[in-house]
Write a protein that binds this ligand. Structure first.
Ligand code: GLP
Length: 261
């Protein structure tokens, strides 16, 4: 796992965007996995600047969201279909027909989950999966005790996740109780993983993900099983890492041929 510690959230966005740009430059039709939430906002803003400057294009790219709430209509402003359309598809110039979000309104949610796995496969798999992390260590909506081998499926949201996400809804009671999320096994199938986090509230989850024992109680630790996982964090999110000096030393001595920015 490569851990990159940078001073500010803006720097997190810049370095993570450089990583995406590197992947996009190497693929004729890149497939990008998207996270929602506040964590990747600086990353999306930096990519938007690059699109505006004409140095990157997503015209031939495809995209898959990590997860979706169950039971709220796609047109709801807080559905992840709406969030991805607003934060990613439109500002980055994706073709909306090439961006997929799990169908949280399907009457057959199991079938919808299986269809989602099949669609990822049909696209040739995900080249790079963007991830945030929940304060309880979840990635996607894989709550603690999710199987490390899980596939896209229905999950029940943890109470802490519902409380964390209540800020996006009119009232805490409006936060859905269920979701469809890519599984940890699905996420691990992506060719590269890119996790971004900023702020003190994520420091425990980052320390446990990077340095803690591998285990289902901290789903983020699944990254330890992936051969190409990059974690980009600001100083606050990095504040509980024990080996931060080593990560800084490693990054500053990275050979030029291995750098992506
Ligand atoms: C959300 C999403 C995750 C996200 C995480 C952290 O509920 N399902 O994909 O990474 O929780 O959210 P935030 O980035 O807003 O802190």
């Amino acid at each position: 796992m490569e851990v990159i510690i940078v001073p500010t959230p803006t720097d997190v966005g810049r370095v993570a965007a450089a990583k995406i740009a590197d992947v996009v430059a190497r693929r004729a039709s890149p497939v990008i996995g998207f996270a929602t939430g506040s964590s990747p906002q600086h990353l999306y803003a930096d990519l938007h600047r690059r699109v505006e400057a004409g140095v990157i294009s997503f015209a031939t790219a495809r995209g898959f969201a990590l997860d979706e709430y169950a039971g709220i209509p796609p047109a709801h402003p807080q559905s992840y279909a709406s969030v991805i359309a607003r934060d990613v598809v439109s500002p980055l110039g994706f073709d909306p027909a090439r961006v997929h979000v799990p169908d949280g309104r399907a009457t057959d949610l199991r079938g919808a989950a299986a269809d989602y796995e099949a669609a990822i496969d049909a696209a040739g798999g995900i080249d790079i999966q963007i991830l945030g992390i929940g304060s309880n260590g979840h990635i996607g909506f894989n709550e603690p005790t999710s199987s490390l081998a899980s596939r896209t499926r229905i999950k029940t949201l943890a109470q802490r996740t519902r409380e964390d996400n209540a800020r996006f809804f009119d009232s805490p009671a409006d936060v859905p109780r269920h979701c469809i999320t890519q599984g940890l096994g699905t996420i691990l199938d992506a060719r590269e993983l890119l996790l971004v986090a900023q702020g003190e509230a994520k420091a425990d989850a980052i320390a446990a993900t990077v340095e803690g024992p591998l285990g289902a109680m901290v789903p983020g630790t699944a990254l330890q099983l992936h051969p190409h996982a990059t974690v980009v964090v600001d100083e606050a999110a990095a504040s509980k890492l024990r080996l931060s000096d080593y990560y800084r030393y490693t990054y500053s001595h990275k050979p030029a041929w291995q750098r992506f920015e």
